[in-house]
Design a protein around this ligand. Structure first.
Ligand code: GLC
Length: 793
């Protein structure tokens, strides 16, 4: 079957009769026999399980949902005329022979007539969406934020291998990530549908048939989790609670990362560290792509190019730079190679149906693949990986080619559990289980530490184990523009820790594109410059002093805001809110439904990057300098323009012109941005001195600042404190109150208030844990004196 092909809805058999048992409802007719059960899962979340009698294997193979969400409380079916009624805690479900009606938190969704069907083992659910005005989520996708009128093929693929000719455009659909998750909006309310079936599936939101949302699985059990709103945030939080919220990464992982396929020698890494220092650009990690290996053999180093990797990595660490290595799943099939040999006897590799080792073709040539679905294979992998990380002083793990990429070798023959389980049950989950095994390795190595892992492929729930980058993009403006909706939808799909290859992976970037790419993504959760060996180098200094200064500004903006970013990560772990959000996460109105060229970091900072190049869009000349211009939708209220230093009236769309070194950034009235003002030295920064940048024109501030050790896993058992901060202006006085609670943050952080945009305020009344001091506001605490932000960039 080709990508994009679906089963025509008319090829499905539609049930005609309904047999209502106590907990099970059977839908039957010629060619179709479905069993449906309903369960209460959690507050605002119910599940409908669809078992199709034509499915040979009725085991739910998905690892998406956390164990506590898998069981649930069965909901009894009641008969009401020709309908079965499930009165679940989260909402009401009506089931007819071929009709399903859902009602949760004021959102009603109903199938079209005959909207339930089976075609052999395939399942069809076809909902009427004439009243729906937006559709979001869908995992990692190309194209626009709003998926209404679009469709998604949920199948993980090595995109460039499959779409060789179209990768540089945006008209391919399957990506490295498969998450069958859709959030529908209508009348200002939202509803989430998570189709938990790990096999290939299609979601079509009105593309082939306007006003119909079609879900098709091709085989297996489908658990439909229905998640109530009414707000988008509530739907997203419920999904994150169901499939797991991303754990906190180590602080260094939030910094700037430098990578390139092509770094090949020890001397290059030492030089890179020196170049970053010389360019005065902080960097958190240098990445080793496949060339560090000995002929692409996993867990080896080329000892000619890297005579002593551990010593090299320790030297980098002494300069505050971490080391991350790529790890592909493909093990070179080579008798005598220790990794391969050690996996043969316990049979950790995937097999064909007849029990042969499945062989694919990847970087090292003939390759075999660990069967990560089995605990024994995960243990084997974790032992190898942990030893490798320890012996070579490697801090982070980069999981690639796990879609899985098998070269010209067809993946279908790759089966699991010694060949017993067909490929499609775990295809989309291959990377997920690889990430799980790799996290196990990191935890084995350092039981108290926070691992950092990055994976290319993922499915629902992978965020529990790893961050995701969006794969091989290209150095062009279209891919830069696409990075925003792609990362935003991924963020709404549970995978909040994500980001693209900054600068573009394939093809040659340009000075302007590289600058704009850094600005657009400098406040993304994951921020890594990466490029292919076939493209021109794109480290920050590659285009001379002008572009370097602009890129440095973007990177430093991130480091200045690391405390804020970290708070956003904490909020995600605690509540499920993603770090970056489309505006419709916080603001209701049709103007936000399709808005995907600007975003919010947390709820306070609006980022509206320039996404077009010279001559491609509106421009303005100011003070003799060319500025690119864009429109910025400012939600109601007033906003502080952090470039120009003044308040701007919101509730309207403004035109904003930005020079090459400017990133349009706005803080909302009532915002607090925790800011790091000390020296920037890779990871060697002291984040204990925090400035509280306050934006109080008409609004007061209420903010919980979380303090923990930023390195261990102790936060999981509540080892963190909260500084409750309020700030308000009372005539000429700024009143700031800080009350510390929880696992005593006292003495760990010092806070200095800095006020914006209120020149009339002269005095500070600061109350910390009940003790008050009153003093004049220092000049450098009154940012309104400054022309540009951040002043100490
Ligand atoms: C794949 C990865 C890319 C990496 C390359 C070489 O294309 O997506 O990031 O640089 O392989 O390992």
């Amino acid at each position: 079957m080709f990508f994009g092909q679906k089963i025509h809805p008319l090829n499905f058999d539609v049930p005609e009769r309904l047999i209502i048992g106590s907990e099970t409802v059977e839908l039957t007719g010629p060619g179709v026999q479905l069993r449906v059960r309903c369960a209460d899962i959690a507050e605002g979340c119910l599940r409908l399980r669809f078992d199709n009698a034509a499915v040979a294997d009725l085991f739910q193979h998905s690892d998406a949902v956390l164990p506590e969400g898998r069981e649930g409380q069965p909901v009894a079916a009641q008969r009401e005329a020709e309908t079965a009624l499930f009165a679940a805690r989260a909402g009401r479900v009506e089931l007819g022979a071929a009709r399903l009606r859902l009602e949760l938190a004021g959102f009603t969704l109903e199938t079209v007539a005959g909207g339930i069907g089976a075609c052999g083992p395939a399942l069809l659910l076809n909902f009427a969406i004439a009243a729906v005005d937006g559709c979001y989520g869908f995992g990692e996708r190309t194209r626009r934020l709003n998926k209404l009128g679009d469709s998604a093929d949920c199948l993980t693929v090595d995109v460039v291998a499959v779409f060789r000719h179209t990768y540089a455009r945006d008209d391919y659909d399957p990506t490295y990530v498969a998450i069958p998750w859709a959030i529908l909006s209508g009348n200002g309310r939202f509803l989430g549908l998570f189709f938990d079936n790990p096999g290939r599936a299609i979601m079509d939101a009105g593309k082939i048939r306007p006003d119909e949302f079609i879900y098709q699985s091709f085989d297996g059990v489908t658990d439909l989790y229905v998640l109530a709103g009414p707000s988008l945030a509530e739907v997203v939080r419920r999904y994150a609670a169901l499939t797991g919220r991303g754990p906190l990464p180590p602080l260094w992982a939030l910094g700037y990362h430098q990578c390139r396929w092509g770094y090949q020698y020890e001397a290059e890494f030492r030089e890179l560290a020196a170049q970053f220092a010389a360019a005065d650009v902080p960097v958190s990690a240098l990445w080793y792509d496949i060339d560090y290996m000995d002929e692409y053999r996993l867990f080896t180093w080329d000892r000619v190019d890297f005579p002593d990797p551990a010593a090299l990595n320790r030297d980098l660490q002494a300069a505050g730079i971490h080391a991350v290595t790529i790890v592909d799943p493909g093990v070179k099939r080579e008798p005598g190679y220790a990794v391969y040999d050690s996996g043969r006897e316990p049979a950790v590799f995937c097999q064909t149906a007849s029990g042969r080792e499945y062989v694919g073709k990847v970087w090292p040539g003939d390759t075999v693949f660990p069967d990560f679905t089995r605990q024994s294979a995960r243990d084997w992998w974790a032992d190898w990986l942990a030893d490798f990380l320890r012996e070579n002083a490697v801090d982070g793990v980069w999981l690639d080619m796990n879609d899985p990429a098998t070269g010209y070798s067809r993946t279908e023959e790759m089966r699991f559990a010694h060949g017993a389980i067909p490929h499609d049950r775990y295809h989309n989950q291959y990377a997920h289980f690889m990430a799980r095994a790799s996290r196990q390795a990191c935890e084995q190595l350092d039981p108290d530490g926070r691992p950092f892992l990055l994976t290319r492929s993922a499915c629902a729930g992978t965020q529990r184990y790893s961050a995701v980058w969006t794969g091989d993009n290209a150095s062009n403006w279209q891919h830069l523009r696409m990075a925003l909706p792609c990362s935003l939808n991924l963020s709404l799909s549970g995978v909040a820790f994500n980001g693209p290859d900054v600068g573009g992976f394939m093809d040659d970037t340009s000075a302007e594109l590289l600058v704009r790419w850094h600005q657009a993504c400098c406040l993304f959760p994951f921020f890594r410059n990466h490029s292919s060996r076939h493209s021109r180098p794109q480290e920050p200094w590659q285009f001379g002093p002008g572009p370097l200064a602009a890129i440095r500004g973007a990177i430093r903006t991130r480091y200045r805001l690391l405390p804020y970013l970290y708070q956003c990560f904490f909020t995600h772990w605690r509540d499920g809110d993603p770090m970056i959000r489309p505006l419709l996460y916080h603001y209701a109105g049709p103007e936000y439904a399709d808005l995907d060229d600007q975003y919010l970091l947390g709820d306070a900072l609006l980022v509206a990057p320039i996404l077009h190049g010279d001559g491609q869009g509106p421009e303005r000349v100011r003070h003799g300098i060319k500025h690119a211009q864009r429109s910025v939708v400012l939600p109601p209220g007033v906003w502080f323009d952090l470039n120009r230093g003044g308040w701007v009236e919101g509730g309207r769309t403004i035109q904003y012109a930005a020079a090459l070194d400017e990133l349009p950034l706005f803080a909302r009235d009532g915002a607090l941005l925790p800011y790091y003002a000390g020296p920037l030295r890779n990871r060697l920064m002291d984040l204990r001195a925090i400035e509280l940048h306050l934006f109080c024109r008409d609004q007061s501030v209420n903010y919980d600042y979380v303090v923990d050790d930023q390195t261990t896993r102790r936060y999981l058992s509540g080892a963190y404190g909260i500084a409750q901060i309020t700030a308000a202006i009372d005539s000429e006085r700024l009143r700031v109150t800080i009350t510390e609670t929880g696992d005593s943050p006292r003495d760990r952080v010092t806070f200095t208030p800095v006020l914006y945009g209120r020149p009339d305020v002269r005095e500070l009344e600061l109350t910390i844990n009940g003790r008050t001091v009153i003093r004049p506001l220092q000049a450098d605490q009154r940012e309104w004196l400054c022309q540009a932000w951040p002043v100490r960039i």
